[in-house]
Structure formats: C-alpha cells, structure tokens
Design a binder for this molecule. Structure first.
Ligand code: PLP
Length: 360
C-alpha cells in the first residue's frame, strides 16, 4: 500500500442520479397494534411441510455451490407447463430474469416501453440497462395497448406488458393482446409479466404461454414469489423461444438461484395442490374485501391479482397513513392510489376495520 489518498469516491454512472433507492413501505411507528403486512403482495402462508423439508435438506449442503444449470428445477418447470426445457430459463426472482432480458437486448440509445403506472421495477431496471424508458399512460387503470403500439419506434428493443397489472390489478383481454402482438416488429422482444397469473379467474384473460408459443419475440415471466409463497428465496423464470432462453443463460449471474431456492421451488411444484387451494382462499378474500371496501364508499376496480387497487388520488396518502397507523401496512402511491394486498382473513379484517374509520 502506498500513502493514503485524499477522500475521493468512485465515479458512478449518471443513470444512478435518476434512480431512487428501492425502499419498502415505511416502518410502523411504535404502537400496540400488530402489523399486518399488506404492502408487498406476498402469500400470507408459510411453506407447506414438503417445502420446509426440502429447505431443511438443502440447508445441509450449503457449503457446496448450487447446480449452476438448475437442471432439476428447469425440468420441473418444463414438465409442469408442457414446454421443452430449452424454452425455460430461471433467475434470481422474475425481476432477475427481467434484468437479464434487458441485458440481452437493450443498450444505451435503445428504448424500453411499458405502461405507467405499472411494476416499479421496470423503470429501475430500464435505467440501469442504460436504455431510455418510454412510458404510456394507463387508460382508466388498464394497459392502453393501441397507444403502446403507436409508441413503438425502430429503437424499441423490449416491451413489458404486466398482466394482471401491478398495482391496478387489471387485465388485458386476449383479442387486444393478440392485435397488439401482431403490431410489434419481430425483432422487438415482448415480455408478458404474469407474476399473478394463478390468481386470474376472468376467462377472457389470455394465458401468455399460449400466446408465446409460435411467437419467437414473446416471452412469459412467472415467479415462485407470489402464489407459490417463496418470495424470500428469489426464484423466477421465463418461458419463450430457445434463442431467448439461451441468451438469458449467457447473461446469467453464476449461481444466482441458490441451492435452497432450487430445492424449495421443485418441492413447491410438487405441493401445487395445497398451494392452489390457498390461492382459492385468497381469491375468496379478494371478493370479500372488495365488496366490504365498496360498502365503505371506496371505489374498488375489479382485480385479477392478490391485491386491490384503490384509486384515491389526492386522498391516497391520508388513507395509507390511516391504515398504517391502524396496523395495516399498505402500499401508498401518493397522489395516485393505495394498493392493498390480500392477506389472511384476520389481516384483511384489520384493513377493513381501518377503512371503516377513514374519514370519520
Ligand atoms: C411481485 C412481482 C414480481 C415478482 O418478482 P420476483 O422477483 O419474482 O419476486 C414480478 N412482476 C411483478 C409485476 C410483480 O408484481
């Protein structure tokens, strides 16, 4: 080591100036009401016994590197969805897969298109990639696919379509999505983010896997973080053309899906019956909470996900703070709306109790 240098810092990329650090919802002020975590669209349930056992067994070998090829997990996903293994790629959460997709197709000067408001990761990942974000406003909470198609330029490399959309819970219909996909140039990648697919009950909502088969420029993102209850373990995947999956494998941060996560996800596929029964409970709660909030005088758009969107506009911050004070942690988008995850029946009751006293 030579003499100490003056206090200089590394030079950071200018894109970081336009990225807000990801921050979960504000911590609760000290108070007596127990917190109901309804801000992150997680499953309210702990792991089924078989998943817990897989985690325990995998924990015995954490001194070893994971299988970098994620062979068993990819085989399990491929079998579950009836696709070839070469069409599947996994990553550190579906957010990790999205980042790899951007790394594979987008660079400075390129454009990445998505609706807004939508998933908060899109602008962050897009800016990090160096590409330019192009945002098309939602039309009454729904993706405006015609406007999005109009916004495509010869620099558009990737388009996110979040279906159901986070945070509005809305879906795009099959006809509209097919028409849109027909307008997208073949060299532009469309990413159908279906993180909440398991919660969809509207029969007019397309299954991205069907749309993607036969369209080499369309991939579907799915995750183990929501219906499969493994948010902490970070496993997501894409299904699409083998060329896209192959590109993702090149962009893969080695070992980023760890061995405990791989084992848990494989076990979760095996525990699907139990997990999907929980999804049914959540959907029942979604209808119950939606009806109750409507009875409290709130506007509650139909949701096909495990959360509800309350388009409160200028009242959003006040409602969000009121809920948090009452122990129900919700996600507030100030000036726009509040997103309320569907939790356990007791957690949902806490939210409803808070909503009942809002504005009184
Ligand atoms: C929660 C969510 C995900 C899941 O991200 P993971 O990285 O898989 O945990 C992906 N997309 C959307 C729109 C989400 O809301």
């Amino acid at each position: 080591m030579s003499e100490a240098t003056t206090a200089q810092t590394p030079r950071f990329r200018s894109v970081l100036d336009r990225i807000v650090s990801f921050r979960p919802s504000r911590a609760l002020p000290a108070q007596t009401v127990p917190a109901c975590p309804l801000a992150a669209n997680e499953s309210p349930y702990g792991p089924p016994a078989a998943v817990l056992e897989a985690v325990r067994r995998a924990a015995l070998s954490v001194n070893r590197y994971p299988d970098n090829g994620c062979a068993e997990l990819i085989a399990g996903i491929a079998a579950r969805h009836g696709v070839a293994e070469e069409c599947v790629a996994v990553g550190c959460g579906s957010v990790g897969v999205a980042q790899m997709l951007l790394a594979a197709v987008a660079e400075p000067g390129d454009e990445v298109l998505y609706a807004w408001r939508s998933f908060e990761a899109y602008p962050i990942l897009t800016r990090l990639s160096g590409a330019t974000a192009v945002e098309t406003p939602l039309d009454d909470g729904v993706h405006d696919l015609a406007a999005m198609a109009d916004a495509i330029t010869d620099r558009t490399r990737l388009i996110f379509v979040c279906n159901p959309n986070n945070p509005t819970g809305t879906v795009v219909a099959e006809d509209a999505l097919r028409t849109f996909l027909d307008r997208v140039p073949a060299d532009c990648l469309v990413v159908l983010d279906e993180a909440y697919r398991e919660y969809v009950r509207d029969s007019g909502t397309p299954d991205g896997l069907e749309l993607a088969s036969g369209r080499p420029n369309v991939v579907v993102l799915r995750t183990f973080s929501k219906a499969y209850g493994l948010a902490a373990l970070r496993v997501g995947f894409m299904v699409g053309h083998p060329l896209v999956a192959g590109a993702i494998r090149k962009a893969y941060l080695p070992f980023s899906v760890n061995s405990v996560a791989q084992a848990a996800a494989v076990a979760a596929l095996g525990a699907e019956r139990e997990l999907m029964a929980r999804v049914e409970t959540t959907i029942g709660e979604r209808e119950r909470v939606g009806a109750a909030l409507t009875a409290h005088g709130l506007t509650v758009p139909a949701s096909e996900a495990n959360f509800l969107w309350l388009p409160l506009g200028e009242r959003a911050a006040a409602f969000g703070e009121h809920c948090v004070r009452a122990g129900a942690l919700v996600r507030t988008f100030a000036g726009d709306g509040v997103r309320v995850s569907i939790g356990s029946p007791a957690e949902n009751d806490a939210l409803l109790a808070a909503a009942a006293t809002f504005g009184h």
